[in-house]
Design a protein around this ligand. Structure first.
Ligand code: 13P
Length: 248
């Protein structure tokens, strides 16, 4: 089965109106002739209107980095799925490891957010991945299965994307080797096959964790790696474009 690769930039808490304009202009002009790869950026929420305006007629999609599981109301500081849609977001990252570890998002909260996103018509990018301690204890598959099961217990992964992001590889410059990543990606697909074989074949599984222009090609060459979720390197137009090219 041919899955279209997706390269998504997670800008995290970085940027300014000025830097975003320059970055998007370079990414847009550098990728106009690229076909066969879906490209998206996930800016800090406050910049979504700026990004929406710049990318209104672009081939580049965009999305949120997080969303509230509730529909609306007295939830100070939160952003609703309807608000992301109001600015034509296509994607939303759900359960990023920084949300899980720094903001204590549990598997069940992540599942609620996933359901809310899908019901609203957003494409959730569900992040899963083990810590270094968990990898050293040889429980990577158990952890990833638990994170996936929390979601598949209440919803399916149709019209969703998975990002495998080993926590020890995020922002550390340490990338999982293509073999290490492929092993977990294959496990994820096989695990999902148990609940729905069609969806398991269809779902894009992105790798995230220190992907750069220099290592993207060997990662994306692996059978079950369908693109990447890019942190640091997505803030550099040249590097991000090299990663997009590597996915074609
Ligand atoms: P880095 O690419 O900076 O390691 O971040 C990965 C990530 O967390 C993307 O969501």
């Amino acid at each position: 089965m041919m899955r279209t690769p997706l390269v998504a930039g997670n800008w995290k808490m970085n940027g300014s109106q000025e830097s975003i304009k320059a970055l998007l202009s370079a990414i847009s002009s550098g990728s106009t002739n690229l076909s066969g790869v879906d490209i998206a950026v996930c800016p800090p929420a406050i910049y979504i209107p700026v990004v929406a305006q710049i990318l209104a007629k672009s081939h580049i999609a965009y999305g949120g980095q997080n969303v509230c599981e509730k529909e609306k109301g007295a939830f100070t500081g939160e952003i609703a799925t309807s608000m992301l849609l109001d600015f034509s977001c296509k994607y939303v990252i759900i359960g990023h490891s920084e949300r899980r570890s720094i903001y204590n998002e549990s598997d069940s909260l992540v599942a609620e957010k996933f359901v809310a996103a899908k019901q609203a018509g957003l494409i959730p990018i569900l992040c899963v991945g083990e810590t270094l301690d968990e990898r050293e204890q040889n429980i990577t598959e158990k952890v990833v299965a638990r994170q996936l099961d929390a979601v598949t217990a209440v919803d399916n992964l149709d019209n969703a994307v998975i990002a495998y992001e080993p926590v020890w590889a995020i922002g550390t410059g340490k990338t999982a080797s293509p073999e290490q990543a492929q092993e977990v990606h294959a496990f994820i697909r096989q695990h999902l096959t148990q609940s729905n074989a069609d969806i398991a074949q269809k779902v894009q599984i992105l790798y995230g964790g220190s992907v750069k222009g220099s290592n993207a090609q060997e990662l994306f060459a692996k059978e079950d790696i369908d693109g990447g979720l890019i942190g640091g390197a997505s803030l550099d137009a040249e590097d991000f474009l090299r990663i997009c090219q590597a996915a074609v």
